[in-house]
Design a protein. Structure first.
Lengths: 340, 340
């Protein structure tokens, strides 16, 4: 593979090069780590925005509206859509995924669906690496849209600089049912389908809960009356009191306000210094993930671990040794340093 | 923790001991590997049956019917139900899970739901370990019911001695849409809701596909005419030509036939020697998983890897080093043997 040529074409935002680089990364094919390592110094230009929420919250529609709004500002946009697909039907498991038809043919837009089959390094790691490719390709905004069905999808959402949690009035019995940890990942909350019954109540509940969490009732009262929280306030710069917005994505209502709120959140992140800290923490996590992936490859491809297990397998099957005994033996050998 | 007492109570099938042992395993709390290692020599008595299929296929109802049928034979049954739950609603994401009310109070039945939050060793590994606990507790049958939404759930289904794939006429546009690898995990196929339109066609499609896969058209023709394939034939002993059954689980129709087919599959596995090979392969896989889990613990808790990443983090953030550079450095240190 001609890596320098690929990188040059990628930086020129040539679509075949983007597709090829993503495939390389998604399938962890030889050279993918060299590619990513080479791209690393130039990353950080794109603003990464995560959009997550339960099935049926209208995330795809909202994402499409965001793409159009950014395009209207002359910005280029990449979308990474992560939906679990059913092994039984081949289709999206939960989604009414609209293929973003109104923006799909725009050369300033790149849309990529990610398979959720367990990749070597895990879905969240691979998604982050795909976002790196898109960042390197010069897109101004990288939107990661994911249906929040489980821990791994929430981890995906957490890859962003700003994470938008999209809820709808019918999401469930208010926010009491949100699992612990879900509220914490939202930097911005959107109540979509805001013309439906219960939307105001959901919005109010969110504002109360967020205000209580921030320990600042006064701030809550202001937010509840519809004025955005002062972006210069230290609490907001920490992302501690996220804004709650109302949208009707299907009509485009509230999208301009969401774009403005995303800009405010970004500026607060930058000004408060939180962006650098946040990105650093994510690079720490990324490095840990790459270590784990590399360690797995080392253990199974370069050490005698596989062979040791094979030799002990009869004893394991007969009950003379347990899998835990043999794993301890293998690990002891690893600890002593396996010379290859 | 008094491990011998726990093991003794577990073997006596005392419910608090079962629950405690499963919690220990599910949360990977101190002592869980000693417990599992101690149980290992006595495992293998229970027949493990996996039941999987798309959302809405009626797996829970079918499982409940199987439990009742086995209880009627005087056998004890444990059920491990693995369903993804939504982080947004707290409820089952896809399921109309019936809580198996008709059997839940029977002391010969133990039902356990598994959380699908990523556990330390992964869902599939933990589920296998929970099945070990139930096997050690002396249950005659361990049913693992899981909705097949992704790779990890299919991995769960693969933990069993016999895996039943449950489909319904409305599962999708025939079996063309089944992802590669899905057909392969089924030892028995059930077309549930067999009174609905399209059931005969789905059954026929399954039989043709399975026969083609087995490269045996003659065998297919026989199966298609409703007679079960001869259990003594070598192909079936290999699990190469799975039976296709029709059920209406809600009415109990076809359940006795399913129980008989499960017995036939078991006997063919035992007689053909495939059971030992299959269980050995699973023990190999298990040992690999335990090695990976132990390696992760070693890397992050016993070596200086975390500290190295911390020291390099500024360089990573500034672009002087990439996560891949630092991961390579950490791995090199691991390979040299880290003395602690």
């Amino acid at each position: 593979m001609d890596l320098p040529a690929l990188v040059a074409d990628l930086r020129a935002r040539k679509v075949p090069a983007i597709a090829r680089a993503i495939s390389l990364v998604e399938n962890a094919r030889p050279g993918f780590e060299e590619l990513l390592s080479g791209l690393h110094p130039t990353l950080g230009r794109a603003r990464r925005i995560g959009i997550t929420g339960p099935p049926g919250a209208g995330k795809s529609t909202l994402t499409e509206q965001l793409v159009r709004a950014y395009r209207a500002q002359g910005l280029t946009v990449a979308v990474v859509a992560v939906d679990p697909t059913s092994p039984f039907t081949g289709g999206a498991l939960l989604g009414d995924r609209i293929r973003m038809e109104s923006v799909a043919l725009d050369p300033g837009v790149y849309i990529r669906s990610m398979a959720t089959r367990g990749s070597l390094g895990g879905l969240a790691t691979t998604t982050r690496e795909v976002c790196d490719v898109l960042d390197a390709a010069g897109f101004d905004r990288v939107l990661v849209e994911t249906v929040g069905v489980g821990q791994s999808e929430l981890d995906v959402a957490r890859t962003a600089d700003t994470t938008v949690l999209v809820l709808v009035p019918e999401s469930g019995d208010g926010i009491q049912t949100l699992k612990s940890g879900v509220m914490e990942i939202g930097d911005l909350f959107v109540v979509n389908k805001a013309d439906r019954p219960g939307a105001d109540r959901l919005r109010h509940e969110l504002e109360v809960t967020l205000a209580i969490r921030a320990g600042n009732a006064f701030r809550h009262v202001r937010a509840h009356h519809g004025r955005p929280v002062d972006a210069q306030a230290p609490l907001e710069a920490d992302g501690k009191t996220p804004e709650v917005l109302a949208t009707i994505a299907a009509k485009g209502d509230g999208v301009a306000e969401l774009v403005a709120a995303l800009d405010r959140h970004w500026e607060a992140l930058v000004r408060g210094g939180a962006l650098a800290g946040r990105r650093k923490e994510r690079l720490r996590q990324r490095t840990r993930e790459v270590v784990e992936r590399a360690a797995r490859q080392w253990i199974w491809q370069e050490t005698g671990a596989e062979q040791v297990i094979g030799e002990r397998l009869d004893d394991i099957a007969d009950g003379r040794l347990s899998p835990y005994d043999v794993a301890a033996e293998v690990l002891e050998a690893l600890k002593q340093g396996v010379r290859t």
